[in-house]
Structures are given as structure tokens and as C-alpha cells.
Design a protein around this ligand. Structure first.
Ligand code: ATP
Ligand code: MG
Length: 278
């Protein structure tokens, strides 16, 4: 832990230097005059999704119910909401240096935890188009291909499902051959902007591919407000975390680092945070 903390401190210092005097350009966000009632109607029109709690338990999604085991994710939720409110962030990427650190598991847990706060509207989009797994983690078997929406070929409402009236998932059941080009395309950004303008989520979370495995996520980072970096205990090396952190911080804000898969935690559950503000 001490080595990890040192690496995080170093990365923080580096980021402080890199940020001074630089302002990033974000795509403009058109306001829109729709009232909350109209937006609620749009969310209510989405196809309802009631996950099977047994499937969620199997896939380590423990935050569906407000039980003791959801507590770490509820703490994460509160920190995420606080930072987003303070900084006006609305788009959050969940990523990691290398595969299998727990990005999708944490995305799903964080989103159910957020959705239990009924005054929030959350949109979760699968952007790991090489190895999509969000649908499987959620137990969604219907043929939803959000990549077709991103490509402008199909309508969002045909591929979005909604839990509880305030948590929408855009999943992709199969891998996409041209994921990098799709994620880098102007069309994808337009579609995401239109989606944001129409549904007005408080936060959109993008589950993404590992940073060091392809250029899919790196190319997309400039579009988002912040990134949550997932590291896996006894798996992610300090060097990998360091590289990933500097890649992310060149393109967007690092919201924090989550240390996942800890075998030894005080809570008895395998999640622990090395979570700091940058
Ligand atoms: N805290 C944890 N403790 C133990 N196993 C975990 C934990 N979090 C996730 N896993 C398991 O690790 C595996 C990888 O998790 P997950 O698919 O969420 O990672 P990922 O980073 O999204 O992977 P990929 O890079 O393939 O997208 C899964 O089998 C998942 O159930
Ligand atoms: Mg994943």
C-alpha cells in the first residue's frame, strides 16, 4: 500500500504541473428547454429492466439492494456525486491500465448504488466494444447493440433499457470489429451529445477497454470530464498504474483510483479504495 500511495502522490504532483495554465476544450453542451416532467416521461418510455438479483450476486454486483455489502459502493457514490456536483462533471469513464481489474463490475455496482438515490438520473454506456461484458454482468440477454446507435444506424430507445426509471443501460451484446474508429468518430460524439441533450442524465458512466491494450479508450478520453482508474491488488503494477495515470491526465481529470480485489480488508469484502481527489 505504501508503494501505491507513493506512486499516487507522484502522479498527483505530476498532474499539478501538467495542468497549470492549460485549459482543455470540451464539446459544447446545448441547453434545451425541456422541463423535468417531460424528461421523466422520456425516461419512463424506455424499455424497463428488472435484473435478477441471483445473477447479480453471481457476477459480484452487490449494490443492487441497500445492504451492508453495498456500503463501499455507497461511499464511492457519495464521493463521485460530491466531486461531480462541485466541478460540474457529467461524463465519467471507468478504465484501468490492463484487463480484468474489475472495471465492469465496479461500473455496475456504482450505477446501482447511484440509482438508489432516486433524485439522480444515471446513464451507463458500454464502450468496451472489443470485449463487451456489461450485458453479461447485468444478466441482459436481449440483442442490444449500442454500437449501432453510436454509428447512427439505430435509435437509442431500441437499445437502451431502464431500471427503476432513473438508471439506463446501453449495452452491446457482441464485439465490434471497428471499435477504435467508431469511438474516435465525430458521429459517435454527436450521438452521445444528442443522448445527453434528450435524456439529461445527471451523470453518464462509460465502461471502457483497458488503456494499455488498445487506443480505444485513449482516443475517447478527451470527450469526458473525468476518469476513475481501477487497479487490481496483486495484479496491477505500480509502473502500469503510473503510465495509465499519466495517459489519462493528459486528456481529462483523474477523479480517483480504486484499488480492487484486495484479499485483506476490514470489511471482509474484496473491495477497498485508494481513492483520492486530484
Ligand atoms: N473485488 C473483486 N474480487 C474478486 N473478483 C473480482 C472483483 N472484482 C471483479 N472481480 C472478478 O474479476 C473478473 C474481471 O472483472 P471485470 O470483468 O469487472 O473486469 P474488467 O476490468 O471489466 O475486465 P475487462 O478488461 O475484460 O473489461 C470477473 O470475473 C469479476 O467477477
Ligand atoms: Mg470490462
Amino acid at each position: 500500500m505504501e508503494r501505491l500511495q507513493n506512486a499516487l502522490n507522484r502522479a498527483r504532483e505530476k498532474r499539478g504541473d501538467a495542468q497549470s495554465g492549460i485549459s482543455r476544450q470540451k464539446p459544447p453542451r446545448s441547453g434545451g428547454s425541456s422541463g423535468d416532467g417531460e424528461i421523466a416521461v422520456r425516461w419512463a418510455a424506455l424499455k424497463p429492466f428488472s435484473p435478477n438479483p441471483r445473477v447479480l450476486q453471481q457476477t459480484r454486483v452487490v449494490s443492487y439492494f441497500a445492504k451492508q455489502q453495498a456500503t463501499p459502493f455507497d461511499v464511492m457514490r457519495t464521493k463521485v456525486v460530491q466531486q461531480c456536483k462541485a466541478k460540474g462533471w457529467k461524463r465519467l469513464v471507468v478504465t484501468s491500465a490492463t484487463p480484468k481489474c474489475g472495471k465492469t463490475t465496479i461500473t455496475a455496482n456504482l450505477s446501482f448504488s447511484l440509482a438508489r438515490q432516486s433524485d439522480l438520473r444515471i446513464m451507463v454506456i458500454e464502450l468496451d466494444l472489443r470485449r463487451p461484458s456489461l450485458a453479461k454482468v447485468l444478466g441482459l440477454k436481449e440483442p442490444h447493440y449500442f454500437a449501432k446507435v453510436l454509428a447512427g444506424q439505430e435509435r437509442p430507445e431500441d437499445h437502451l433499457v431502464c431500471h427503476n426509471g432513473n438508471l439506463a443501460f446501453g449495452t452491446n451484446l457482441a464485439a465490434e470489429a471497428n471499435s477504435s474508429e467508431l469511438l474516435q468518430s465525430a458521429r459517435t460524439r454527436e450521438v452521445l451529445q444528442e443522448l445527453e441533450d434528450y435524456y439529461k442524465p445527471d451523470l453518464t458512466i462509460f465502461d471502457t477497454a483497458p488503456l494499455l491494450a488498445s487506443d480505444d479508450t485513449i482516443g475517447f478520453l478527451e470527450y469526458v470530464d473525468a476518469a476513475l482508474l481501477i487497479a487490481a491488488a496483486e495484479q496491477t503494477t505500480i509502473e502500469e498504474l503510473d503510465v495509465a495515470e499519466s495517459e489519462v491526465s493528459e486528456m481529462t481529470e483523474v477523479m480517483g483510483v480504486v484499488l480492487n480485489k484486495c484479499r485483506y480488508t476490514s470489511s471482509g469484502y474484496g473491495y477497498e479504495y485508494g481513492y483520492g481527489e486530484y
